[in-house]
Design a protein around this ligand. Structure first.
Ligand SMILES: [Zn+2]
Length: 415
């Protein structure tokens, strides 16, 4: 079975996660896909495949004969889809021998080659799109389909392999994807998330990230009698905003450039609040950004009196490169395997966080590999059957490489 055929089976199962929910998983419907995947894993020969009560699907393939000393490699994808767009009643449309031009999706939407310039490079392929009413769910059911197809290929073609550890996680789209993955039980020396992006992409850098909230206390006095008495909290919120560099916002930055992003501002004379997210790939620049905010807190309190403003800085996640760098063979091997499929590897610094970043900091170095999909989280999402074949071949090739190299990672002995 080709990977895209599996994808078509998975996307019809509604697995949207829900940020507002406090349960794990955030939506019960994610079990519908989890249970189906468990059955499929068993049918592919993964005897210990299971779904736990938190909706994590895991399974292991023991090393083939003679490869027992090869490292244990993990492959991880997520079950849920983003709530930014409906994931219910998905009707994928297959465009065989795609001409590289605009595609009428339905629902009055057109996938425009002008807006998505990579489309012309997909000419001649089998393009899979939505019907314009939902997202496609290739993020990240394409990753699941490619991992499953890799498993099938390994067995079918007797490809030598070390121990393989597989996990399909819930709730990645709401930032909880890897939180409850039992790493001891998973037992990988290192892993790859297979999640989004072109089939030649490899990602091992992401933002350092923090949230910053200034709470401001003002003094309210009748405006007619306010001279030298009133402290207007809302105006101080505006003042704080003006103290940050106006060009260092998401709308003015790209690549590895960091920013302060104002996410919320509210208030009146008596009290106000101004919230930011702070992002930077470079750890020194990131700390300098945090220091800038602390300096603003100090400066405002000096000007208007101690206790006028209080800043809460909450760190969210860190750049995984710090944890990947001691194990660069994970990245180098993947790059070689991408190249072996006749495409040039593309290294992309992620302007966000990934499950892999969180796992890397929990002790499992975990870069991300592309699945061949584009334009996630909305009705323009699309992928090609051939891109999925390449992504699957990259996974098989990685497994094969490590089976002969027998690279025991430092990480394995550390844990
Ligand atoms: Zn994803």
């Amino acid at each position: 079975m080709r990977a895209y055929e599996r994808l078509l089976n998975y996307v019809v199962i509604h697995t949207t996660s829900d940020e507002a929910s406090s349960t794990v998983p955030s939506t019960k419907r994610q079990f519908d896909l989890a249970n189906k995947l468990k059955d499929e894993m068993i049918s592919l020969g993964i005897e210990d495949a299971s779904v736990d009560s938190n909706c994590y699907v895991t399974g292991h393939i023991p090393a083939s004969k003679g490869c027992e000393s090869a490292p244990s490699i993990g492959f991880i994808s997520h079950l849920d889809t983003s709530s930014d767009s409906s994931g219910e009643n998905v009707h994928p449309i297959i465009h065989e021998n795609y001409d590289g031009g605009d595609v009428e999706l339905g629902n009055g939407l057109t996938l425009r080659a002008e807006l998505f310039p990579h489309l012309k490079t997909l000419k001649g392929r089998t393009l899979i799109t939505t019907d314009g009413t939902t997202l496609l769910g290739a993020d990240d059911k394409a990753g699941i389909a490619e991992i499953m197809t890799m498993v099938e290929e390994l067995t079918k073609n007797d490809i030598p392999h070390g121990r393989i550890c597989i996990a399909f996680t819930p709730d990645e789209e709401i930032g909880h994807g890897a939180a409850l993955l039992d790493l001891e039980k998973f037992g990988a020396d290192f892993a790859y998330t297979v999640d989004g992006g072109a089939e030649n992409e490899i990602e091992y850098e992401n933002f350092n990230a923090a949230k910053a909230v200034f709470k401001i206390r003002g003094i309210s006095v009748h405006p007619g009698d306010a001279k030298d008495k009133m402290v207007n909290a809302a105006l101080i919120a505006c003042e704080i905003s003006s103290m940050l560099p106006s060009a260092e916002t998401p709308a003015h930055t790209e690549g590895r450039e960091g920013f302060f992003h104002l996410t919320d501002i509210s208030g009146d004379v008596e009290k106000a609040e101004i919230a930011y997210i702070v992002r930077d790939h470079n750890p020194a620049f990131f700390e300098a950004r945090e220091q800038t905010l602390l300096n603003i807190e100090k400066r405002i309190n000096e000007k208007y009196g101690e206790g006028t403003v209080s800043l809460t800085l909450t760190e969210e996640y860190r750049n995984m490169i710090e944890k990947i760098r001691p194990h660069m063979h994970i990245v180098e091997t993947a790059k070689r395997c991408i190249l072996a499929q006749g495409v040039s590897p593309l290294e992309v610094p992620v302007r966000g966080g990934t499950d892999g970043a969180r796992l890397s900091y929990r002790g499992l170095p975990c870069p991300n590999l592309g699945t061949g999909s584009y334009a996630f989280h909305g009705p323009f999402e699309h992928i090609t059957a051939e891109g999925m074949d390449i992504a699957t071949a990259v996974l098989c090739s990685i497994v094969k490489e490590y089976s002969k190299n027998n690279i025991r990672t430092k990480n394995a002995s550390e844990r």
